[in-house]
Design a protein. Structure first.
Ligand SMILES: [Zn+2]
Lengths: 264, 200
């Protein structure tokens, strides 16, 4: 069996037995790869271990694994830890945002479908979660993930009638229609969510930022007042399009936006 | 399909559901039990029944015990103001085996693991907060596994405990395992060891 080598970030970890783990890795060049790590917790008395002491969520390392796309589960044969994100683990918000990124990636990416640029963005984003820029850095990453996987909702034009949305104080968003809704259409949309129009424009601004070089320097500073409604909007949209709940949603967005009742 | 009698097949199926046992091992164990004298084989059945009927969680610390409260909670010689929070009873046993700790424990029965669907409500966090509210606890030692989910759980508990400012919150020291070699330690262990260095 041919062995492959790749820089990987661990997105999911399941303790399969006392000594083995099943991991979902995001490989820079291989995309999502599920591997079995046999003997992951085993060490010699001196402390040597095949997988550098076991692999944790969000760890980045150099992985060697069997690679046969016909199989669902590959075998990890080597792992060398490059980055374990100890700073991130000191902040609960960072811990949850990091796991939310892992959940979104494992849901939105297909197996063996590489996205090197997205991998690089994730690699930049994770350490920044430990800093005071975590909100804007996460939101920018989330938007980039949606764009690169074709899940970006329509934001500038009405998702129902395609006319440009003119700026008013309150904007509307409909997960089932696929994006922002103009004032003319909002009354007939059953699942519309009301949101401050400035926040919706903020998303458009973030999407227009050039995305080469260091992202963090160009991002506007954002607070939870701004990111909670936006993360909530995108989460509700994704839950609708994926047809399933997001497990981290209640940790990341404590009070999601409620639907505006339809006038009768 | 196998041609075993139904009772043998049932036994093999049950054994194969145990962790680390495949169908071939299950077959080998089943035939081993068949060859044993009835009284020998029935010891296993009795042991399983006893453990399922007698063992329960201590109503104070959630350790596994035959008597409630458990021997540790009932021990008047132990410091009831010092509580070490661990994920599982086996973590408690590992700490007890050192013979060095004279406080008591609180077993969470897991850790917050959102990706796997394990939430705060699935753990014994509420009873822990009730222990703190009683005012008898002076210090809580976080003895959770030093991984992302364990650290997240510890931070969540720390937030909840901030309503009890009289309770000091500490965590087990991290760094190089005694008896190991520095060259085999990974980056995380070395980073922890450097930031947690101690005065000699
Ligand atoms: Zn007890």
């Amino acid at each position: 069996m041919a062995l492959s080598r790749d820089t990987c970030i661990c997105l999911r970890k399941f303790e399969y037995s006392e000594t083995s783990q099943i991991l979902t890795l995001l490989g820079r060049e291989h995309g999502i790869v599920r591997v079995m790590a046999k003997g992951a917790h085993r060490r010699t008395k001196a402390g040597a271990s095949k997988f550098d002491g076991g692999i944790d969520l969000l760890d980045r390392g150099q992985a060697v694994f069997t690679f046969d796309p016909a199989r669902d589960l590959q075998t990890l044969t080597e792992w060398h830890l490059d980055e374990g994100h100890l700073e991130l683990r000191r902040n609960l918000r960072a811990v949850y945002l990091g796991q939310y990124a892992a959940e979104l990636l494992s849901l939105l990416l297909e197996n063996f479908d590489p996205h090197p640029a997205l991998f690089d963005r994730l690699e930049q984003m994770l350490p920044a979660l430990a800093t005071s820029q975590r909100e804007e850095v996460f939101l920018a990453f989330e938007l980039e993930l949606l764009r690169q996987t074709g899940h970006l909702p329509q934001l500038g034009d009405c998702a129902n009638c395609a006319r440009p949305i003119n700026s008013s104080a309150t904007a509307y968003f409909s997960p089932s229609t696929g994006g922002a809704i103009c004032r003319d259409c909002e009354m007939i949309i059953h699942d519309r969510l009301a949101i401050d129009a400035r926040l919706l424009r903020l998303l458009i601004t973030l999407l227009r930022l050039p995305h080469h070089g260091s992202m963090t320097q160009r991002l506007p500073r954002l607070t939870r007042h701004q990111t909670d409604p936006l993360n909530g909007l995108l989460a509700q949209y994704l839950q609708f399009t994926l047809g399933r709940g997001l497990r981290l949603m209640r940790y990341v967005i404590p009070s999601p936006i409620r639907r505006v009742p339809v006038a009768t | 399909m196998s041609n075993y009698a139904q009772s043998i097949q049932d036994l093999m199926n049950e054994l194969a559901r145990l962790p680390g046992i495949g169908m071939r091992s299950a077959e080998r164990i089943a035939f081993h039990l068949l060859k044993q004298k009835p009284e020998e084989a029935m010891k296993l059945a009795t042991a399983i029944r006893d453990v399922k009927t007698r063992i329960r969680h201590c109503s104070i610390c959630y350790n596994l015990t035959e008597q409630d409260p458990c021997a540790i909670c009932a021990d008047a010689g132990r410091d009831q103001g010092l509580v070490c929070v661990v994920e599982q009873p086996k973590d408690l046993l590992a700490l007890e085996a050192t013979g060095l700790y004279r406080g008591v424990y609180h077993v969470l029965l897991g850790r917050i693991s959102p990706l796997e669907g394990v939430e705060e409500g699935d753990l014994t966090i509420e009873p822990l907060m009730q222990r703190l509210a009683s005012g008898q606890v002076r210090e809580v030692i976080m003895g959770l596994n030093p991984n992302l989910e364990g650290d997240g759980t510890a931070l969540h508990l720390q937030n909840l405990m901030s309503q009890y400012p009289q309770v000091a919150v500490t965590r087990l020291a991290r760094g190089l395992p005694a008896g190991s070699n520095i060259e085999y330690a990974n980056r995380n262990i070395l980073a922890d060891a450097i930031s947690g260095r101690q005065k000699m």
